[in-house]
Structure formats: C-alpha cells, structure tokens
Ligand binder design. Structure first.
Ligand code: ATP
Ligand code: MG
Length: 763
C-alpha cells in the first residue's frame, strides 16, 4: 500500500496517511508525543500542493514557534524535492496576525509601519498612564496591569467587554478605563502590543465582513500544530477564518453577546444565556452556520502546558462540537523514543486524572533505561552533567543532539558557567542567556560602577533604576558636564551636586547615590564580595523594586538575583567575578553549528533530541511550589504534563537528576526528590551515581529502588555541615569561603528552608 502514490506518503502508517489524505472537511489529529503529528501536518501541505488543491499562498499553517515554522518549511522542501516559494502564511499566530494587521492597519487606526512593543515598552507606557491618573504605582504596579491586559487580550476581550468584576481588580475599578486609554495611546504612538496582533484582526474581521470573506476565500486549507495550547483569542481567530465564505452581511455574533452580557451591557433576553461556563463562539447558532472549511488541527491534551498563559485545553476537547462532521484520527505508534523512555513517560502521565487517555506503543527497542541520579547539590549536578556530556561527545554523539531542560530559568546559570569553563559550545533557546537578563544586567551594572567608577555605561544604566527622580534631563546634564571636562559621568555627578544646577530634589537624590557608592567601595575592602552584592541590591532599593512588583515574572527575577549572588561564591573576589562575566558575555550566542541546547521545559515543546538531561527534579522546584500554591491540583497536573513533555523529547537517552541541597530563593534547603520520581515505573528506571561527585555523596544509599527511601537518606545529609565543606574542598571548586564559614552557612539554613514545611506534609 505504501508503494502506491507519491514518494512523500511512503513510510506513513495507515492512520497518518488517512490524516494526510483527508483533505476535505475538518480533521483533528489527537495523539500522543512523537506519533508524527507535526510530520502529518507537513506531509499534508506537501500533498495539497502536489495534488494541485491549492497554491502555497492559499494555505494557512500555524506553528507554535518561529523556529518550528522554519523547520516545517525546510522539511517541506525536502519532501517535494524543491524549495517552496511563496508560503507567506506559515508561522506563529502572532506573525500571521501581524502580517494581516499591517495590510489593514488603517482600520485599527494604525499605519502599516506600526511598531510592535515588547513587555518593557508596554510597562513604561502603562506607568505614564498611571501617573497621569494619579494612581499610586506602589500599590498598583504597571506590570500587574500589563498582566491583566494581556489576560484580557488572550481572551479576545476589547476594553468595553472586560467583565466589570475583573476591571475592579485594579485600582478600584479603573482597570477597564486604563485598558481603554492604553489602547488609545498605542494608536497615537502607531504601536501595537503582542496581544493586539490577533485582537485587532478579530475586531476587523467582525466589523468588516467583506474583509473576513476575502481571507476565508483565500485560505483554502488551514493547519494548526499544538492545538492544545491555543488560547481563546487564537481560537476565535481560527473559527472566523475557518468558515466557508458566507454571504451574510453582519451575522449576530454570539461571542459578542457573551462579552456584552458579562460586561453588564446585555439588553435583550437573547443575550442572557445561562450556559456555564460560556465558551465564546464567534459564529451564528449552528442552524444558520455555513459549512466549515478544510481545517486540520493536531495536538495532545497531555502536552497542554500553557494554561498559566491563558491556553484552554478545552479548545481541543471541544473540537468535534465546534467543527461538526469533524473526522478525529488517533495515532498510537510513537516513532521517537525507545521503549523504556516511552514507558516511563506514559506511566508518569497516567497519574493525571483530567485526561482523555491514550495508548502509545513503539516498535523500537527498549534501549537504555531512564536514569535517575542524585547529587549533593546543584553544583555537583552541573558538574556531573558536564562530564556526561563530554563522555557522550567522546563516544561520537553530536552536541546538537543533546539538550538540558530545566523547570526554572535560574537553573540555567550553573550550566552556562560550567560550559564556559569546559569550553563546551551551548545555546540558550527561547530566552536570553542568564547574564543577559535585564535584572542581571542591572545588578551587574551596580557592581561594575563599584569596581570601576569610570564605567559610564553601567552608571547610566542604574542611575535611575530604581526610580529616584534622576530622569533623562538630569542624565543629559551629567553628560554635558562629563563631555566638557572629559571626565566620567560619576565624577561629573560629584561635581554637579556641589552646584545648584539641579533642582533640590534631584540634587539630594544624586548626592545620596554618590554617598552610597562611596560607602560600598569602602565596604568592599572589608566585606566578602557576595555579601557586598547583597548589600548593594538591598540598599539601593533594587531588590525592593521587584518585591513590590506584582507582575507574573517578578518572582522569577528575584530568584535570578539570588542566583547571581550565589554564583559569585565561586570566585575569589569581585574583580575575578566581573572578568568571568565579560568572558561569558563575549561569547557569540548560538553561532556555533554544534552546540548543546539549554532551555526550559516549556520551550522544548515539539522538539526532539537523542539525549535529554532533566535536572532539578525536586519538590518545590519541580513540581514548582508556586504552581502548587496558586493552582492546587490543576497546577500539579500541569506540572506533570510538563514532566511528560520533558521525557518525551528524548529519542535514545533520558537522564533525570535531583540534588539533595539547592538554593531556593537564596537559602540552602535540604530538598526532597520530586514526587514525580515515585511515579516512574521501577522496571524502566535505573538509579545511577553522580559523575560530578566527590566520591562519597550519591553512592551506597541509592541502592534502594524506592525513592521514598531516598527521602530518608536525603534528610540524613542535612546534619554534617562539615562534610559539605569537605566535599567542596575535594572538588576544588575554586571557592574561597573558609571551612567554618561554609559549614556555618550551610547548617544554619539546611533544614529550615522556606519550602521545607510544606514538604513534610507528604511524609
Ligand atoms: P510532539 O507531540 O512531541 O510534537 P509529534 O506527534 O509532532 O510529537 P513528530 O515530531 O511529527 O511527532 O514525529 C516524531 C518523530 O517521529 C520525528 O522524528 C518524525 O520524523 C518521526 N516519524 C513520524 N512518523 C514517522 C513514520 N511514519 N516513519 C518514520 N518516522 C516517523
Ligand atoms: Mg509536534
């Protein structure tokens, strides 16, 4: 059968082939990881093109990342034997939405060359609005508002549609109004934020049925990867585009009715539907519906990991209802992973209750068991993984086929440092490298000014961060002074505060800052550089700035700052540390052809590697304590899906790690192995010894195969602080901290870490 038909169909199994060849009507491929969903989508495009069913420009294909789009295009070229010209509609929701918006910009009161704002711009703009409205930014931070607005946009809500209860969540009910003025400001600035790229599309489609019809006619085929992680706005956008062109002038849209009644504007009985929960539906009631077009969505409910960002797994579960007559195809053969890896991943996810459930089988060999390795601490973990990677390299494995997937981005720092030391090329996917993050650059800027008062770039970066009334005008004046006298900004500042050129408030504030730096420089002589860093961050108000910030990423930034201070321990002094940083920063990011990939579990979606390293499987880190606290059981299930995604990225080897001691929020805590380790099937898992250890940690006690035993074993670690100091010495990690100091620091916080109490409940 496989020999019949074009070459690109050969090798597909019957179900995959059915998904490729069913070109008419809606199709949902609901299948587990590695079963070829993405491959089906790519092959489907090849099939549509080679059958002459549509031209490239008539196919709309949505991927989750830009990288995935490039990859798909590449594969398509391989299948067809020639590069595909003109596939402008292959990309992420945002990139395609942005493209459409540029064409119709004037309908959104924009020009076609509008700028797309990033989060920082967005926050700056919101701050201005808060100031203009005399809203106390300390109580109502701009970042919090940015988060709310994003959330509304993800749900397809225009300012007038924000439910009043939610608008009340910010500045005593001003949320909705601020959202409206923010939108107005964006137009004046000829700018759009990410959410607008889709939201404005939706509005234009609704208000201009002729334009909608034009796109409905154009897109003969629609394909969507990772459908389980679409949010409501993306769903609405797809629903609008996926209807066969309709001649209805302006159908009454149910979604609008929902939103209006939610906003308290419902005026007719028909809008007061009491369905719970109302799922927005942009279309006329099913009776009046036109035929659904050729839409093919693929996804896996077990890989839905963006709930926290507004994704609705419900979208995939409702597919048959939303697209009547849909053909649902299930794929059960996994082509990616070996038997042991697949068994471990399936077993883990089986602990979730809210799932459809599915069978996955592989015809591949069992391969190597999934390994679980305990280390003394995160440093030993990084060292061990570094060694294993070097060993794989000696064995002939390509670095490109190696990935380290972490739960929290601060975990990356230790690996980055290790790789720089080893001279091992690496790239960070889906985010800036650790030392390039904004909060890290800010903190480093403070340290650089202490180290070298002439470092103007650093001084300028922090002179008004956090805000201390030294705005652009002040900085401009300092620049003028500095240029005239050919002195650094810092010296110029020293001179300027002696004059009355500045307004009293700015002058006082600048004088304070100079005094602070003088004090820190003096302290440098007598204080350990790590302590100094902490003092600087605290006294400058920088830590506080993020503590007061209620946005979603503030906690992560604080964690990164703690991690920064901790990373300094490995250097003798501030000078040595800053030198190391300049080396790390100097490396060309991602330029190497062959490099280890470092990324979060979230960014690993859809990818695959021969070797996957999964560090940090400890309670509190993974599953994340914050997710558990905030979302309870649902959060735990999302974390478990994340573990499932991690394991199923591996083709040949999956290696899990946990450390017995880790700094969480800056203090050493004795940690407990993740509950997910207990949920792995013993038959597919092997417990191994850390390669990065000093020889005494990690052995012996791990002989027991139940991870429950490890908990007991783990806690026995916490007593001898001196052993840890000993281990540090043996490892020759370049630490300078004294024996006693190390022991003291460790024992003072070992068993009283902030998260410890909540763990003990499990025992
Ligand atoms: P995920 O859920 O992780 O996104 P997926 O279902 O999209 O996974 P793919 O990435 O499409 O799976 O496929 C996984 C691997 O299996 C790829 O390397 C792909 O080339 C291979 N594969 C898929 N189908 C077949 C097949 N019929 N024969 C051989 N290899 C296949
Ligand atoms: Mg895929």
């Amino acid at each position: 059968r496989a020999s019949v038909g074009p070459k690109y169909l050969a090798g597909l199994n019957p179900e995959q082939r059915e998904a490729v060849e069913t070109l008419d009507g809606p199709v949902l491929v609901l299948a587990g990881a590695g079963t070829g969903k993405t491959r089906v989508l790519t092959t489907r495009i090849a099939h549509i093109l080679s059958q002459g069913r549509a031209r490239p420009a008539e196919i709309l294909s949505v991927t989750f990342t830009n990288k995935a789009a490039r990859e798909m295009k590449h594969r398509l070229g391989q299948m067809l034997g020639h590069a595909v010209e003109g596939m402008p509609w292959l990309g992420t929701f945002h990139s395609i939405g942005g493209r459409i918006l540029r064409v119709h910009a004037e309908l959104a009161q924009l020009k076609s060359n509008f700028t797309v704002l990033d989060v920082d711009d967005q926050v700056r703009l919101l701050k201005q609005l808060l100031q203009a409205d005399n809203i106390d930014e300390k109580r109502w931070p701009a970042r919090m508002l940015a988060g709310l607005i994003d959330g509304w946009k993800n749900r397809g809500l225009m300012p007038s549609q924000v439910p009043s209860g939610e608008a009340a969540m910010f500045a005593n009910g001003k949320g909705g109004k601020l959202y409206a003025s923010y939108q107005e400001r964006l137009k004046i600035l000829n700018a759009a934020d990410f959410g607008d790229l889709l939201l404005e599309n939706i509005r234009i489609f609704r208000e201009h049925p002729d334009i909608l019809r034009q796109y409905q006619q154009r897109f003969k085929f629609i394909l969507v990867d990772e459908y389980q992680d679409t949010n409501v706005a993306q769903y609405l956008w797809l629903r609008l585009l996926s209807q066969a062109p309709s001649s209805l002038a302006s159908p009454r849209l149910r979604g609008e009715a929902d939103a209006r009644s939610a906003a308290g504007e419902g005026d007719s009985p028909s809008t007061a539907r009491v369905e719970t929960p109302p799922h927005p539906d942009p279309l006329p009631a099913s009776g009046e519906r036109e035929k659904t077009k050729n839409i093919c969505c693929v996804g896996d409910d077990d890989q839905s990991i963006y709930g926290w960002r507004g994704a609705e797994v419900d979208n995939i579960l409702r597919f048959e209802h939303d697209f009547p007559g849909a053909k649902v195809i299930r794929l059960e053969r996994n082509y990616r992973s070996t038997g042991h890896i697949l068994a471990a991943a399936s077993h883990l996810i089986a602990h979730n209750e809210g799932r459809l459930g599915k069978t996955l089988r592989t015809e591949d060999q069992d391969g190597e068991k999934v390994t679980v390795t305990g280390s003394w601490d995160s440093e030993e973990e990084a060292r061990g993984i570094g060694e294993e990677i070097e060993q794989l390299q000696r064995q002939g494995d390509k670095l490109n086929e190696i990935a380290i997937l972490v739960r929290a981005s601060y975990q990356m720092r230790e690996f980055e440092d290790r790789f720089v030391t080893l001279g091992l090329p690496y790239r960070v996917i889906g985010g800036p490298r650790f030392y390039e993050r904004a909060e890290i650059r800010d903190a480093l800027a403070y340290l650089r000014v202490i180290n070298s008062p002439a470092d103007d770039l650093a001084f300028e970066r922090i002179v008004n961060t956090p805000k201390r009334g030294l705005g652009d005008a002040t900085v401009q004046m300092l620049h003028d002074h500095a240029r005239k006298r050919r002195i650094p900004l810092f010296e110029a500042a020293r001179a300027v505060v002696e004059t009355d050129e500045l307004k009293p408030k700015a002058r006082g504030s600048l004088r304070d800052l100079i005094a602070q730096f003088d004090r820190w420089r003096a302290q440098r002589e007598v204080t350990a550089h790590t302590d100094l860093a902490q003092i600087v961050l605290d006294e400058s108000g920088y830590t506080e700035m993020w503590q007061k910030d209620r946005s979603a990423d503030a906690a992560g930034r604080l964690e990164n700052l703690k991690e920064l201070v901790r990373s300094m321990e490995e250097f003798e002094n501030l000078q040595g540390f800053l030198e190391h940083i300049s080396l790390v920063m100097d490396r060309e990011g991602g330029a190497e052809d062959d490099a280890v990939s470092l990324m979060t579990l979230h960014s690993a979606k859809g990818l695959e590697f021969d070797n996957v390293f999964l560090p940090g499987w400890e309670e509190g880190l993974f599953p994340s304590q914050r997710t558990l606290d905030e979302q309870g059981r649902a959060g735990l299930e999302e974390e478990r899906r994340l573990g499932h995604v991690g394991l199923t990225r591996a083709r040949r080897r999956a290696k899990i790690y946990f450390a017995t001691n880790r700094r969480i929020h800056g203090t050493w805590s004795t940690t407990i192995p993740s509950r997910f380790l207990d949920e792995l099937p013993a038959a597919n898992v092997e417990i191994t010894e850390s390669k990065g250890g000093s020889g005494w940690g990690g052995s012996g006690g791990y002989g027991a195969s139940r991870f429950d035993d490890m908990e007991a074993f783990g806690s026995s670690y916490s007593t001898p602080g001196w052993q840890r100091a000993q281990a540090n010495r043996n490892r020759g990690g370049g630490r300078t901290g004294g024996f006693e100091e190390d022991a003291a620091r460790f024992s003072s916080s070992s068993s009283s870490g902030p998260d410890f109490g909540s763990f003990s409940a499990r025992r």
